[in-house]
Ligand binder design. Structure first.
Ligand SMILES: Cc1cc2nc3c(=O)[nH]c(=O)nc-3n(C[C@H](O)[C@H](O)[C@H](O)COP(=O)(O)OP(=O)(O)OC[C@H]3O[C@@H](n4cnc5c(N)ncnc54)[C@H](O)[C@@H]3O)c2cc1C
Length: 380
């Protein structure tokens, strides 16, 4: 067991730390304020090869491993969780299932689009009545000649109103329950595809979340991803990988908040001393640091296991659960250390706290992660 990052991973971290400091940090507060999609930075992330970083070189990607992707998301999220989320969704929830389950034709067509072609990807599973219980989706796809006709709607879709390529789950045989769910690759240009409501959210304002509506949407037969009826398994497997991305995002938020708190408490003087000199402050910072170190080990372990081709369902859930709860605790405690200033928009703490909350909810709530972990503990 080696706890050191390779030279390549260190270089990727350094590249992303520089990018985050120079390009992401300066616009993070403005992105939160306006809710504008950080388009220029996403374009630059395409230039850097971060969008679709794990896609093999033959399809236009950087051919990196899941740990590299996690490091990128972690670094970006230290300053802007929205940017981290856009990348995590593109890489983990769109490129990854196409790479893992796509035919050679699908990979040749879509992966270059999602890398060198600069098209953004999204993942459509959640519906109004199918959230934690994703098996209850009602979106249907019926085979008519050489294409499927898709009807239904998906909600809360990250990258929803900027994406071009969507991995969508729909019932192809309602009588079969989860075995009747199939996955599809849908382009926003397909007839019958439309974007519905844009969500106004508590945080993550730069991450575009929207409803996606399919009205007699024409999906070519060859765009089925994986075999008919295997969609639910593809969704669950994709979410296993996606959870590493959310763990990395939450870890980055926590580390970012800790960095801010360390700097602030060293400079803020009350009762004649920097507040960092109070033992209460030091102990709280120590707990925050400890959680970040533990979260990093959990996240990197899951990423390395994925890269090794091992089963990592439980490890990804553990990383996601721990890091998201730690991000929420850390941002709350860090804000407290800023006192009244922390509650204002002059400092990033209130944004970080709002952004942290979503990591306990999407890609499976904390309760769902506990279901996944306990189901893999040999209790039954
Ligand atoms: C900003 C944002 C971005 C998102 N991005 C995407 C995306 O890109 N693609 C996509 O498909 N979805 C996306 N989602 C949807 C997200 O994954 C769901 O919101 C999440 O899975 C929870 O589903 P729900 O909101 O329906 O809550 P519910 O399932 O209704 O849950 C409500 C509460 O009940 C609890 N609960 C439910 N079942 C159980 C149980 N068995 N035991 C104990 N407690 C339980 C939950 O933990 C939660 O606390 C996004 C959501 C948001 C807010």
């Amino acid at each position: 067991m080696d706890f050191h990052l390779s030279r390549e991973h260190e270089l990727i971290r350094k590249m992303m730390a520089d990018f985050t400091e120079n390009e992401v940090k300066p616009i993070a507060a403005e992105t939160d304020k306006t809710g504008a999609y950080p388009r220029e930075n996403i374009e630059k992330l395409f230039d850097l090869g971060v969008m679709g970083i794990c896609v093999p070189k033959e399809y236009g990607g950087a051919g990196a491993d899941p740990l590299a992707s996690a490091i990128c998301i972690e670094e970006l999220s230290k300053q802007c969780a929205s940017t981290g989320d856009i990348v995590a969704t593109h890489n983990g929830l769109c490129c990854d299932p196409i790479l893992t389950h796509g035919t050679e034709e699908q990979k040749k067509k879509y992966l270059p689009m999602l890398t060198t072609g600069r098209k953004v990807g999204a993942f459509c599973l959640t519906e109004p009545n199918a959230g934690s219980d994703a098996s209850k989706g009602q979106t249907e796809a019926k085979l008519v000649g050489d294409h499927y006709v898709m009807n239904g709607s998906k909600i809360f879709i990250t990258n929803g109103y900027v994406a071009d390529v969507f991995v969508v789950f729909a019932m192809t045989d309602k009588s079969k329950g989860t075995r009747g769910i199939s996955a599809f690759i849908v382009e926003s240009s397909f007839p019958g595809f439309s974007v519905g409501k844009h969500e106004e959210k508590m945080g993550l304002h730069g991450s575009p979340t929207a409803e996606i509506v399919f009205t007699d949407c024409i999906v070519p037969k060859e765009n089925m991803l994986g075999k008919e009826g295997k969609g639910f398994g593809i969704a669950m497997q994709t979410l296993d990988g996606g959870r590493i991305g959310i763990a990395a995002q939450a870890l980055g938020i926590a580390e970012g908040a800790l960095n801010e708190a360390k700097e602030y408490t060293k400079g803020r003087v009350q009762f004649g001393r920097p507040i960092a000199a109070f033992q209460n402050t030091q102990f709280t910072l120590a707990d925050m640091e400890l959680g970040c170190q533990a979260g990093k080990l959990l996240t990197y372990r899951a990423a390395v296991m994925k890269g090794n081709g091992e089963r990592y369902t439980k490890e990804a859930a553990e990383a996601k659960l721990f890091c998201s709860e730690h991000a929420m605790k850390t941002t709350t405690k860090a804000l407290q250390m800023f006192g009244g200033y922390g509650y204002t928009k002059d400092y990033p703490m209130e944004r970080m706290m709002r952004d942290a909350k979503i990591t306990e909810i999407y890609e499976g709530t904390s309760e769902v992660q506990r279901i996944v972990i306990s189901a893999n503990m040999g209790l039954r």
